[in-house]
Design a binder for this molecule. Structure first.
Ligand code: SF4
Length: 228
């Protein structure tokens, strides 16, 4: 397992407010997003952990990867496993922005300000997504050094058919033996503003840039944080 420090990401408050409000301009929300972005910079501590693992087997709905401690682990990725078809290695990662922003959201709710709590939470979700791109760039660099291409950023729960129950298996591949992010028996991560990801790389991938799966996600219609 390797650690990756991530600079605090910058986000455009106008674009973020529009995304949260499903493309409807709202001046009050825009100002709240601006304020929350300033507040969030003091609260977040983005970082990631990752492992580069060899793919040792694939089936119609699963892949098997070599564990660092020996043996192999099967991930039941589901019907979209073909997205990993050319994968020779995978970058398994977990990103977090820490727990302090969530603590502030909780305090705002306790103080009776659910609007500010909601906006700060949305800002945290976006900052986490932005921080996760550091792993995308890392996968692209590692693949480019070998003359390989890369696949999509995949995760249980967001890739259609990859059940959330597999989060525990994926987390176990990368989070064992470190303290930055922990997970429980059902794979729930802590700090809550954390996310796992798996990116395939190999000679058979054409793209040099890691893709997203929003275009095939069942939550696309209602999800404000989708990639456009
Ligand atoms: S549409 Fe939303 S939930 Fe679905 S993959 Fe994209 S960001 Fe995740």
């Amino acid at each position: 397992m390797a650690l990756l420090g991530i600079p605090k990401p910058d986000l455009d408050p106008v674009q973020l407010a529009l995304a949260i409000n499903h493309d409807r301009p709202n001046e009050q929300l825009e100002q709240s997003v601006r304020d929350c972005l300033v507040q969030a910079r003091e609260l977040i501590a983005p970082r990631a952990v990752y492992e580069l693992l060899a793919v040792v087997g694939q089936g119609p709905d699963w892949i098997e990867v070599q564990g660092k401690a020996g043996g192999s682990t099967r991930l039941t990725v589901g019907p979209k496993t073909d997205l990993l078809g050319p994968a020779e290695r995978v970058l398994v990662g977990a990103t977090t922005i820490g727990h302090e922003l969530d603590d502030a959201v909780k305090r705002l709710n306790q103080q009776g300000d659910p609007y500010a709590a909601y906006v700060l939470d949305c800002v945290g979700v976006s900052l986490l997504g932005e921080a996760g791109k550091a792993l995308d760039r890392l996968a692209e660099e590692v693949a480019a050094r070998r003359g390989w291409g890369v696949g999509h950023r995949l995760a249980p729960g967001s890739l259609p058919g990859w059940d959330m129950t597999d989060q525990k298996v994926l987390a176990g591949l990368v989070l064992a033996g470190q303290g930055a992010i922990i997970f429980n028996d059902v794979g729930v991560l802590w700090p809550f503003k954390s996310a796992t990801s798996l990116i395939g790389m190999g000679q058979g991938f054409i793209s040099r840039r890691v893709g997203r799966v929003c275009h095939m996600c069942s939550k696309r219609e209602t999800c404000w944080s989708k990639e456009k």
